[in-house]
Design a protein around this ligand. Structure first.
Ligand SMILES: C[S@@+](CC[C@H](N)C(=O)[O-])C[C@H]1O[C@@H](n2cnc3c(N)ncnc32)[C@H](O)[C@@H]1O
Length: 258
């Protein structure tokens, strides 16, 4: 790995490749989900397959300005737009954003897509949004301090930050063994797939996105340090890997900008 390696540039290409390979988080919602959302029957996930509690959102989504942050793939954005919100989807992967544009065109939904790195939301003015919806994605971002600072800036006072992230504890396990559904403790935290030798990383992660465990201090403490007030927190087992038998692999939080 050279000194000028840029993990976010790497992850842009890696996520575009995941889209081409039919990644679960790149499959757009179908017309029946959009039809139901138009009738007010909708839910979106922040973590795994867990519906986010409806009470975490405003009662009425009509006209609510929602930023779906690192949330491409044609999933949360189109559903919230069909439910009446004014939606912007921001993501680092052009192909993930193309999924949202596809659903919007298919369904006649109005939705804006913006390409970029979640550490820099300078495409948006201060207080431009009422709600941020950020499904599991911070594991792909090297540094979270700017993410929480930018999230706070682009929310209006009283606005809500909904975010889902990995329980860092899942990163103590060897990834290759996890693929065999075995739990082998291998790593110290904090962990990044960049800590591995290139051979080991390619064996475990292929040419996929670079991942970072990020501590709870970075995830939850970071939101608090940025000035958010935490109102809710839930945990859930990982939807796919074998850690689910032993610990909650995911955490979701709701925080408010005072
Ligand atoms: C697991 S997907 C989340 C979206 C998906 N719809 C979901 O429900 O989980 C992770 C997303 O984070 C995006 N991403 C990764 N790093 C990013 C960054 N630095 N800035 C913005 N988006 C990023 C990826 O391109 C990908 O679309």
């Amino acid at each position: 790995m050279t000194d000028d390696f840029d993990p976010v540039a790497h992850n842009r290409v890696a996520w575009d490749d995941l889209v081409d390979n039919d990644n679960e988080w790149s499959r757009p919602v179908g017309p029946e989900i959009i039809a139901r959302a138009r009738e007010g029957d909708w839910s979106v996930v922040l973590i795994g397959h867990e519906p986010t509690p409806r009470t975490w959102f405003p009662d009425d989504l009509a006209g609510i300005r929602v930023l779906c942050l690192a949330s491409g793939g044609g999933q949360q954005g189109p559903v919230l737009a069909a439910a009446g919100a004014t939606v912007t989807v921001f993501d680092n992967s052009p192909k993930q954003l193309a999924r949202d544009d596809e659903v919007a065109a298919r369904e006649g939904l109005v939705l804006r897509t913006v390409l970029g790195d979640m550490r820099d939301l300078s495409a948006f003015e201060d207080a431009a949004f009422d709600v941020i919806v950020n499904p599991v994605s911070t594991l792909f971002c090297p540094d979270l301090k700017p993410v929480w600072a930018e999230a706070r800036r682009v929310l209006r006072p009283g606005g809500t930050l909904l975010t889902g992230f990995m329980n860092p504890d899942v990163y103590i396990f060897d990834e290759v063994a996890l693929d065999r559904r075995e739990l082998v403790v291998r790593h110290r935290l904090p962990f990044s797939s960049l800590d591995l030798s290139e051979d080991d990383r390619l064996r475990a992660y292929g040419d996929g996105p670079i991942e970072y465990s990020h501590s709870l201090t970075e995830q939850i403490g970071g939101q608090l340090a940025a000035g958010f007030i935490l109102t809710h927190l839930t945990e859930a087992p990982h939807h796919a890997d074998v850690t689910a038998q032993h610990l909650p692999g995911y955490i979701a939080t709701r925080a408010v900008k005072p």
